[in-house]
Design a protein around this ligand. Structure first.
Ligand code: SF4
Length: 472
């Protein structure tokens, strides 16, 4: 017997902040400027360690199942879910914002509703790794371990930064893991960056509409010896599968200090240090790749909001590099046997399009990318969509009004510009079957074995042939 589909009701908050499910209206969600009810395959119960946010000056919108029309709930606030790590959202909440609505801070805002006594979100679990689950670990335990580490290494400024800023102020999961001596240790090093990302979480320009960032840039440059000591400390505690990652939320881009990184990696490897040494980066400096490979780098994770140059450039606002440098860095890394992941900053309705699928498959296939990490783009969804598409905010509202006036459930709800996260993931895998999917940097030993095609040995498969083979 097939299960009845889940039909969540709209979640709203009253002016005092109490959240309740609307008795009549159904949950709606947004992918770009397309609104609809959630797809049956994208609803999951709200994962543990997630949070609910109230969205100021944004009125929730739901679907009246009797009339098939969208209704705005006046005198209420829209509600969104910020999901626990390892989950990727597939839709944003549907709301109308007032003219003076403040820009939302840099988080990802997932669509959330209520059914069968549970919260449901539009999202997918993309990694089963437990490294950022802390439910069973008390804050006191983490603080105690941090105090002990600082006592043991009082002169290392990087240890102090990770514990005093990243653990104590930013609550960074990677830093907490360093304090606990498990999984992946962070190695922030860089005060500078050659991009001005719209959603940079460590630094915004003076005239940016984003007034606060969740973290601050590291205010000093550690020495190679300090970095190497952090790696050695971590490897001495996480003895099975140590991972070390340059490129953290509290810094600029690590490739700005490529010589420093190479020297720290070299020191660590020369003293017999094992583990996966990874660099999270914008990959803007191809010249840095061969020396990092020679020093002993194992993997590189390249962040991007889009594989389409136009959308990439609009978000990254590159200062001294261009999209072709990113591509060249990936090619060089693959040629040097470095495992390359794309840190794909997924945005429902913009990332899951036909155009993006083609651009991403080409980037991945031709240049030897091994993995996609499906991350959420932390940004105000309406603001970002407006910048990426040249639509004014007024046009968004107009689109909605037209939609509201003229469209009914039967003829409107399925029409979206995005194909949906799960379809996008499935289709990309058909085109690039070697791809590994996940959310975190994997442990790969010191030197990974690569199955991604070598540079320029792949060509785009014929969709018709894929479909025919599937039917056979
Ligand atoms: S590449 Fe990273 S550090 Fe540089 S501006 Fe973008 S988010 Fe910030």
């Amino acid at each position: 017997m097939s299960k009845a589909p889940i039909t969540p009701h709209l979640l709203v908050a009253d002016p005092s902040g109490d959240i309740y499910d609307h008795p009549d209206l159904l949950m709606l969600c947004r992918r770009g400027n397309q609104w609809g009810v959630p797809r049956p395959d994208e609803l999951i119960p709200l994962p543990p360690e997630s949070e609910l946010f109230l969205l100021p000056k944004r009125r929730p919108c739901g679907l009246n199942p009797e009339t098939g029309e969208i209704e705005i709930v006046e005198d209420s606030l829209a509600v969104a879910a910020f999901l626990a790590p390892a989950h990727t959202i597939s839709a944003h909440p549907a709301y109308m914002q007032e003219d003076d609505a403040p820009l939302l801070p840099l988080f990802a805002y997932g669509a959330v509703g209520f059914a069968n006594e549970m919260f449901y979100v539009c999202a997918q679990l993309v990694d089963h790794d437990q490294r950022q689950r802390f439910r069973q670990i008390s804050r006191e335990k983490i603080a105690k371990k941090a105090r002990q580490l600082q006592k043991n290494y009082p002169k290392n400024r990087l240890v102090a930064h990770i514990l005093n800023n990243c653990v104590a102020r930013y609550d960074c999961p990677a830093a907490r893991n360093f304090a606990l001596g498990r999984f992946e240790a962070p190695l922030p090093t860089s005060q500078a960056c050659n991009a001005h990302c719209l959603g940079c979480i460590s630094l915004q320009e003076k005239d940016s509409p984003i007034k606060t960032t969740p973290q601050c840039r590291i205010s000093f440059t550690p020495t190679a010896a300090e970095i190497c000591e952090v790696m050695t400390i971590h490897a001495g505690r996480e003895t099975k599968q140590p991972i070390f990652s340059f490129g953290q939320g509290c810094e600029g881009d690590p490739l700005m200090n490529a010589d420093l990184l190479a020297s720290a990696i070299e020191q660590y490897r020369q003293q017999g240090g094992h583990g996966t040494i990874n660099c999270n980066t914008n990959a803007s400096k191809p010249n840095a790749i061969p020396k990092l490979a020679k020093a002993g780098l194992s993997s590189m994770r390249v962040s991007m909001n889009s594989a389409q140059e136009k959308l990439y450039t609009r978000y990254y606002r590159c200062q001294s590099y261009a999209f072709h440098d990113v591509r060249e860095s990936i090619r060089l890394a693959r040629s040097e046997n470095i495992f390359v992941s794309i840190n794909l900053l997924f945005f429902p309705g913009l990332t899951d399009t036909e155009e993006e699928l083609e651009a991403l498959a080409n980037l991945v296939g031709k240049n030897g990318v091994s993995m996609i990490q499906w991350r959420n783009l932390n940004v105000d969804p309406v603001w970002y969509y407006h910048i990426m598409t040249d639509l004014s905010l007024d046009e968004h509202q107009t689109n909605f009004s037209k939609y509201n006036d003229s469209m009914k459930l039967s003829d409107s709800i399925v029409s979206t510009s995005g194909m949906g996260l799960s379809t996008f993931m499935q289709r990309l895998k058909k085109l690039c079957p070697w791809l590994i999917y996940g959310y975190f940097n994997p442990y790969l030993g010191d030197h990974p074995k690569l199955t991604a095609p070598k540079v320029d040995t792949w060509s785009m498969p014929d969709w018709n042939k894929i479909l025919t083979d599937d039917i056979k």
